[in-house]
Design a protein around this ligand. Structure first.
Ligand code: 13P
Length: 255
């Protein structure tokens, strides 16, 4: 049985006082949830302050990126060890915005995944096609390339520690959600690929989240799909009310 996850990717939003306020509200509204695994990923500048507030809560802390070296002359970068030292348990890796604006590619994603796992963090590895790729019938080829690239050289033991997020780029921040069937189809494709690359047991254990314009209004039909194990939420994670409403649907779907 795969435990469902609802993770909030705050992206480059929230000053530190705003982040503290949002976490305060989230703690309150998410307090009674115990089936769903909850994660918030504030910007680096608020990891420390929010981590203090999340100690002994049911909400885990994640970062939005990391660098694969452990320390040294890498101006502007942050290592797995540093993230752990402020209480992070998760880290988002390979988000399409990082691929698009910051030159991330399969190779850097792979190095980051390995350093995150070695450092004891759970990577949330993002994969997904752009609109023109979907329209050209290349969705599976792109997703396969992202998965093979991210997983290159990973043992089954390492793979166990990771979460996949399927985020079709055309659905991110656009209000256009993949239909539940479209999402499930790609999730199933990823699961089959993991089976081919590893084995059936690992494939059935790997959690695959969906991301892209997830809102309280569409979450129920998405979570009914058998291959969806939760969500990576962008815009709707910036308000306690909408993030809690999404988490509630997922919590309810488990009972
Ligand atoms: P939106 O939910 O704003 O579409 O963003 C999705 C996303 O990119 C989460 O990582």
């Amino acid at each position: 049985m795969r435990r469902k996850v609802v993770a909030g990717n705050w992206k480059m939003n929230m000053t530190d006082p705003e982040a503290v306020e949002l976490v305060k509200q989230l703690k309150e509204s998410l307090r009674s949830f115990n089936e769903v695994e909850l994660v918030v990923c504030p910007p680096f500048t608020s990891l420390y302050s929010t981590s203090k507030m999340l100690t002994d809560s049911n909400i885990g802390l994640g970062a939005q990126n990391l660098f694969w070296e452990s320390s040294g002359a890498y101006t502007g970068e942050v290592s797995a060890e540093m993230l752990l030292s402020v209480g992070c348990k998760y880290v988002i890796i390979g988000h399409s915005e990082r691929r698009q604006y910051f030159g991330e590619d399969n190779q850097s994603v792979n190095r980051k995944v390995k350093s995150a796992i070695a450092g004891g963090l759970t990577p949330i590895v993002c994969v997904g096609e752009r609109l023109e790729q979907r329209e050209a019938g290349k969705t599976e080829a792109v997703v396969e390339d992202h998965i093979r690239g991210a997983f290159e050289g990973l043992s089954g033991e390492q793979l166990r520690k990771l979460i996949v997020a399927y985020e079709p780029v055309w659905a991110i921040g656009t209000g256009k959600t993949a239909t539940p069937e479209q999402a499930n189809e790609v999730h199933l494709f990823i699961r089959e690929l993991i089976k081919e690359l590893y084995d059936a047991d690992l494939s059935s254990r790997t959690r695959i989240l969906y991301g892209g314009s997830v809102k309280p209004e569409n979450v129920r039909s998405l979570i009914e799909q058998p291959e969806l194990d939760g969500f990576l939420v962008g815009g709707a994670s910036l308000k306690a009310e909408s993030f809690a409403a999404i988490a509630r649907e997922v919590e309810n779907s488990t009972t």
